[in-house]
Design a protein around this ligand. Sequence first.
Ligand code: EPU
Length: 783
Amino acid sequence: MKPASEERSAPADVAREEFRSRAVSLDLPRLLTREQHRIHLVGVAGSGMSGLAALLIEFGHTVSGSDKVSTTETNRLQRLGLRFYEQHRREHADPADLVVFSSAIKNDNPVLVSGRDSGKPVVRRAEALAAIMTAKRGVVIAGMHGKTTTSAMTAHVLREGGLHPSHYVGAEIQILGTNAHWDPRGDYFVAEGDESDGTLRCFHPEHCLILNIEEEHLDFYADLAAIEKVFASLVEQTAGKVFYNIDDPNTARLCAKRKNTISFGFSDEADYRGGDVKLNAFSSDFRVYLREQKLGEAVLNVPGPHNVHNALGVIALAVELGIPFEKIAASLRKFEHARRRFEIKYESERFLLVDDYAHHPTEIRATLKTARATGRKRVLAMFQPHRYSRTKALCTWFGSAFDDADRVVVTDVYPASEPPIPGISGQTIVDEIVKCGHRAASYQPRFERVHWDIGNALGGGDIVLSLGAGNIHEQLSILAADLVIAEKLQAIVGEGDVRLYEPLSKHTTLRVGGPAQFWVEPQSEDAFAQLIRFCRDENLPLFVMGRGSNLLVRDGGIRGVVIHPSGGDFDKIEVNGSEITAGTGVKLREVAYAARAANLGGLEWMEGIPGVVGGGLRMNAGAMGAQTFENVTRIRYLDSEGNPHVKNRDELEVFYRQFPLLENNFAISATFRAEPAERTKIDSRLRESQEKRRTTQPIAKSAGCIFKNPDSIPAGKLVDELGLKNSRVGNARVSEVHGNFIVNDGEATAADMLQLIENIKSVARTKRGIDLETEVQIVGESE
Ligand code: EPU
């Protein structure tokens, strides 16, 4: 079978041939801006490529594109007419007259290969962009850091100044509407120039603006000299003025020799000079001078001193293009950031969450400084290194970039299509940060857990940043969504504690378990009732947890709200005659000792139970042959609507280690009946219980007895007889002291525990025909 391309009709072949012969001396500017063609973009989802696609569609070309992922940008472009393929196939090149490819595309990409094989013109993104630029008076914004913000600011100021500029910027820009737009009315075309792949050389603009030059993209460049060479070409190829940041030594060195330059910055030498800068939380005020002459005051509506620098460049350019300073100042006051540039994701009185694209040490330092200047209490940062090559090349710089953060969590490297470099990971950066003396930096290799680490460390007054050019912002978005709920929970519990992603290993006696999405400590029955109603209305799962003594929480933690009723109403204990009423958060042991203080006996067995009243009721816990409901006279609880009820013992259905009512209702308090007794008798029974525990049970991290006692034999005895003591999975081990206890020897996981439980059950079943049932409550999500 012939390849599809060869089967096309003769007239199409003729047209193609004509085109090919023209392509030998390709007039790309004409082809792109004055004719209409079929153009295919390889890697169209990239931030630069999607802008180019938008421009080409505006020119009236028939545009198709392929990428391995679809994004909101490709969706938007499809609505404008892009024909999008979510994979790269040879045949996509067939109908195209021209193929444009992104620098991220590898040489063996099938569309690229077929485009080249068929001899049709194949050009880089920057070549196409440079060709488009020739149709207007080009302004290229270049530099290592800040060029997206500065290009957007330039286009905005020129637009507000009535110049109708066209623009091309490497990110979504709300204030401009889109990342790229062709405005036939205006003369200027403002474009962000990308230095990462050397294609800055393609541009021959009328003016250029250079922000800063330093080591970056060392996967592509050998060294700083190689980088400077590319910038030097841009400067040489600029016909008109070169605007440059005089405060950046590399930039100043490169540009100072050239004629027709305009400098900007804070240096006394600067043509356009900033002074009296006042940094506010989300904006900056400063004065602008043109050499000796004061131009006026400016208020820039984005924060950070680095942005004042960027704005000075924009002011210099705009003034030179003839826009009055007052107009420029008015535009800067209105300017809004590009997406992912100090973008506020969540803001309340207590918390501020900001996402930023910073991925180079200089950018991180600037962004953290800006965060610090917001005046919030602490700065917490989650950082995702971008590219293995950058992580390796700049790791020592990264080490000192986090001084302004109080806490840093580093995730693994976002590869951006690079293969891993052995030995390079997020840990590399943490090691460097620690070397610089930082004491609160940690590595979280599991991306989906980064928000746990930061969220749990969060306190009122903090600012949180997500930093990186990959997808770390997704983790901040999850945190932001959960904070919305956390703040509502906080409003309900008032003084009570609300924590995000609280590790339940801290709250279980076994010291095992993932986090609670929302950990809430109400202090009153009313707050508890409101929480129940809130969870119902918001469709949030609700789980109540006491001391966690009979609980095995899986490693994925508990989704939804975990209510821990302790303190306030729930810790109250009252003795009335021979009755003791205790809140759900009171330890059973305290009930036993309150009884002793009032010379009441019969509750001594409670001394041996590590749980609280709520847990004791829920499980009808027992020891020394006694069980909870033998002593209960009545309980108070809330139903699933949050309404209170009181029930006497005779109205309650109770079984061995099971009290069904509390499966869907929530204990508030219980009243226990005791008997007047002599103190010496009480003490001797307490001692007996203590002695029993001391001699038969392990002193180790455990959840008490794991299995219910089967009718035929106590579970501990059975496990013992089966020879399973000391058997283990990971750090979970069957106690040698008591066969019905599994102990945590160190960092045991719930998965270890569960596997060991399964092993025991399976042996009991095969060897003795006994089906062991767990007494311990197993909850939460597996990983
Ligand atoms: N036994 C063995 N080998 C062992 C463990 C026990 O032979 O490794 C024998 C004991 O010698 C005894 C029998 O098994 O003859 C029962 O053992 P034990 O007296 O320790 O009581 P248990 O039934 O295992 C119960 C409660 C404990 C409570 C104790 C003490 C259950 C499932 N467990 O244990 O409660 O502390 O009595 O009163 O009812 C808990 O529920 O979490 C808990 C620790």
